[in-house]
Design a protein around this ligand. Structure first.
Ligand code: OFO
Length: 165
């Protein structure tokens, strides 16, 4: 069964993934409202993925005899200054998520919980991809530039991001 400490770490990660899902859904809605239809589509899909990340840990905890806790989700940001800001915030957020995953892996190693250590490897790989994707999104802004029809073109390209994963 799970050590109390490990369960606490995992429940905190559930909260983080749940918040990621809500955060990206909120971003999707803002993009939709602003007419960035392709970025919105990408973010709706990303929000769904984050929910899957959350559920995966949920099931792991309960199957290991622990108690997964549905997190309270509050203080989600609804307004953004620009499309670029949305994607800057995503990169910042994913870097925080990676740090949190690494902390859990570190903890598992320390207490010799090799089952959870092994379970967490999926997240380690996933975070590598998430950060790459977030950096790629910002490169699209840099390469195309936001002037003129730039933003329209950027939106088209952001819509294709999900094909990369
Ligand atoms: Fe769950 O990877 Fe993003 O947050």
């Amino acid at each position: 069964s799970l050590l109390h400490d490990t369960e606490k770490h995992l429940n905190k990660q559930i909260e983080m993934e749940g918040k990621s899902s809500a955060y990206y859904l909120s971003m999707a809605s803002w993009c939709d409202m602003m007419g960035y239809a392709n970025a919105a589509k990408h973010l709706y899909a990303h929000s769904e993925e984050e929910r899957q990340h959350m559920l995966k840990i949920f099931h792991y905890i309960n199957e290991a005899g622990g108690h997964a806790i549905q997190p309270a989700i509050d203080s989600i940001q609804h307004h953004f200054n620009s499309l670029r800001e949305v994607f800057e915030l995503i990169l910042e957020h994913e870097i925080q998520v990676t740090k949190s995953i690494n902390k859990i892996v570190d903890h598992c190693f320390e207490v010799k919980d090799f089952a959870t250590f092994s379970f967490m490897q999926w997240y380690v790989t996933e975070q590598r991809e998430e950060e790459t994707l977030a950096r790629r999104a910002l490169e699209i802004f840099d390469i195309i530039g936001e002037a003129g029809i730039g933003l329209w073109t950027i939106d088209q390209e952001l819509g294709k991001l999900h094909n990369l994963t």
